[in-house]
Design a protein around this ligand. Structure first.
Ligand SMILES: C[S@@+](CC[C@H](N)C(=O)[O-])C[C@H]1O[C@@H](n2cnc3c(N)ncnc32)[C@H](O)[C@@H]1O
Length: 291
């Protein structure tokens, strides 16, 4: 998920049917540095998944083969590994990016050259720096839930901010103050850039760290796109950031994990009102008891 400059970059090159390109791109390219798509012939496209040089590329190739096999496709010869020698993947990746609608109101513009908003409000991000381009279902689930939950002037925490996309979106939805935290220094740097690019620095502050720094903050809401084990381990600390009746939007959770996360929340005094899904991913929409 991080993008410290390391050389050489590696590319996992995978031939995929155009009909399932998007879902395979999300699956195979999950937490990669970026994915380029090249249109191929006869209904097939080529995904170029950019990975840092120290990634376990062989394991990623096996996972890609398994993804193809799971869709009844023979993986033979369809997954290849090669170094990216010119080191210019960032430029190529950015050039390939297009505006991406997110939620009901917004469109993510991942490049300064992207201008088409289709009547939506633009969110600018710098891609290739941290997770959170708007492509992943969990980011999209969080964005849509934030649009519904954020009230004017409310105080929010974006826990695991990545690129900062959700913190900016919360501010644009009317939050009066948003604290964005991440344990990854690269993400913190990327989120600060995103905040500046969207001119919301008066309402969003970005910090290195996690939930413990916000204990007792009495927040109106928290959006956290992290992972089920994190929620299982830290439900009590998350509850302690929220005021009674405060909202919690939790994703990074597989639909199959949602019930166990809801049970951990219940033990911590957080009631889950709704679970929404996109594909295999879920978001829990919850509230701290006691309002
Ligand atoms: C799936 S990304 C979400 C990024 C962005 N919020 C989004 O929705 O697209 C998860 C982020 O959580 C961060 N993270 C992981 N463990 C964390 C922890 N214990 N506390 C805070 N952030 C954490 C990761 O560094 C990563 O940037």
């Amino acid at each position: 998920m991080t993008s410290r400059e390391r050389a050489p970059w590696m590319a996992l090159v995978v031939d995929v049917p155009a009909a399932v390109e998007e879902e395979l791109s999300a699956e195979i390219g999950s937490d990669a540095l970026g994915v380029l798509v090249e249109r191929g012939a006869k209904g097939w496209n080529v995904l170029e998944v950019c990975l840092p040089g120290d990634a376990d590329v062989a394991a990623r190739a096996r996972a890609a083969e398994a993804s193809l096999a799971a869709r009844g496709l023979s993986p033979g010869g369809r997954v290849r590994i090669r170094p990216i020698e010119d080191g210019r993947w960032v430029e190529r990746y950015r050039a390939a990016l297009v505006p991406l609608p997110i939620g009901d109101r917004f469109v993510v513009l991942p490049s300064p050259r992207c201008e088409g908003t289709g009547g939506r409000e633009p969110l600018r991000i710098v891609p290739g720096r941290a997770f959170g381009t708007g492509e992943h279902p969990t980011t999209r689930l969080c964005a849509a839930a934030l649009e519904r939950a954020v009230r004017s002037g409310s105080r929010w925490l974006d826990l695991g901010t990545g690129s900062g996309i959700l913190a900016v979106l919360a501010a644009r939805c009317g939050a009066g103050a948003v604290v964005a935290v991440d344990v990854d220094p690269d993400a913190v740097e990327a989120a600060r850039e995103t905040v500046l690019a969207n001119a919301v620095e008066d309402r969003v502050s970005v910090r290195l760290g996690s939930v413990e720094a916000l204990a007792g903050a009495d927040l109106d809401g928290c959006v956290a796109n992290v992972a089920a084990p994190f929620f299982l381990a830290r439900a009590g600390e998350i509850a302690s950031c929220l005021r009674a009746g405060g909202s919690l939007l939790s994703s990074g959770v597989l639909a199959a994990e949602a019930a166990s996360v809801a049970a951990a929340f219940e033990d911590a005094g957080i009631e889950t009102e709704e679970t929404r899904t996109e594909g295999e991913w879920a978001i829990l929409v919850s509230r701290r008891r006691g309002a």
